[in-house]
Design a protein around this ligand. Structure first.
Ligand code: AHM
Ligand code: MG
Length: 342
């Protein structure tokens, strides 16, 4: 913790704006609106266990409000906040099949589009396990003054102007990058502010955690199976065996590994040749954060996640992300045993 002076997210964003002399503050406003939405969603997530008291999904609660599923609620809150920022001309969300554009003059003048997974790891909501929101921000390439177009969303991850996530864990944190390192902010519920708690996060070059859904083991490519066995072998020099840690919430699994050092793998499987995770909503933002904190992210070969040219909104890709040396090692196995076909 920054023990001397509390720096709030908004103060930090304003201070950083000076780093971008060409920017007029639009990105900053967008990020602070994401911070506002995050606080609202955090408040609701912390009440998730009260659902039996407050009302079942699809019914009306005691205040006469419709009770919504939390992921639908989060989607609506983030869309409303992005619209209110007036800097965002369109949104692609994992929750919606199509892109969302706001046909207002104000929004059409916005320079940015946002892709997001409003509540990732939703199978963990009902059981009080960490979940998260993931977002990416791109500068639009279509003409300002008009509605956003599909081409604005199908940009390579390398074009991200900013990316980050909010983790709703034992505390709520917002972690983001604008391409100048990664910074983390913890929500202090007593003052309702995100406070800088993890400045300039650097991921260790190596670690001793591997995260993969081993229940799918028999469906994994041989290189991945061999790498898992490597993780489990005894070797003092490389601190093996590694610990296996898998929550099933990408944000939580990624966050832990980024801070402690580790690798997260969601490979292609025999039944899902593209893996499970979505390029736009999950892989690109994590890849940007990984690279900005000194780590690496690929699709299982030498291609950077961020160099993949998206062809559709909900495209899936395999993901190998984490500490640089660990990702390098896993790729060696994949290349040796799968002839680099991943
Ligand atoms: P979701 O978007 O439906 O919540 O699914 C994404 C989640 C990720 O958070 C997590 O890494 C992954 O699914 C876990 O999948 P699996 O249960 O197949 O291991
Ligand atoms: Mg998801």
């Amino acid at each position: 913790m920054n023990g001397h002076r509390v720096v709030t997210l908004n103060e930090f964003i304003i201070e950083r704006q000076i780093d971008f002399p060409y920017a007029k503050g639009e990105l900053s406003r967008l990020l602070s609106h994401i911070g506002i939405a995050a606080k609202i969603v955090s408040r609701e997530v912390s009440k998730a266990g009260l659902v039996d008291i407050l009302g079942e999904v699809g019914t009306t609660n005691v205040q006469g409000e419709d009770v919504k599923q939390l992921d639908v609620y989060a989607d609506e809150v983030f869309i409303a906040a992005l619209k209110a920022s007036a800097e965002c001309c369109g949104i692609a969300s994992e929750e919606n099949d199509e892109i969302i554009t706001f046909d207002t003059e104000l929004a059409n003048d916005g320079k940015y589009v946002v892709t997001m997974d409003p509540l990732d790891g939703s199978s963990n909501i009902d059981v009080n396990v960490s979940i998260g929101t993931i977002f990416s921000i791109y500068r639009r390439i279509s003409t300002i003054g008009h509605q956003a177009k599909m081409e604005d969303f199908l940009q390579e991850g390398a074009k991200q102007a900013a990316a980050g996530y909010i983790i709703y864990g034992s505390s709520t944190m917002l972690v983001y990058t604008t391409g100048r390192g990664v910074n983390g902010f913890t929500l202090d519920p007593s003052i309702g502010e995100f406070c800088l708690s993890h400045p300039d996060i650097q991921t260790p070059v190596s670690g001793n955690i591997y995260s993969i859904n081993e229940g799918n083991y028999i469906k994994f490519p041989d290189g991945v199976k061999k790498y898992i066995k490597y993780c489990q072998e005894n070797d003092k020099e490389t601190n093996r065996p590694y610990s296996s840690r898998y929550i099933g919430s990408l944000v939580a699994d990624y966050h832990r590994n980024m801070l402690k050092g580790g690798i997260f793998i969601y490979p292609k499987t025999a039944s899902h040749l593209e893996g499970k995770l979505r390029l736009l909503y999950e892989c690109n933002p994590m890849a940007f954060l990984a690279e900005q904190s000194g780590g690496r992210a690929t699709e299982g070969g030498n291609q950077r996640i961020m160099d993949i040219k998206p062809t559709s909104l909900h495209q899936r890709v395999p993901l190998f992300v984490g500490s640089r040396k660990m990702v390098d090692k896993a790729l060696e196995f994949v290349q040796e045993y799968d002839e680099g076909i991943l």
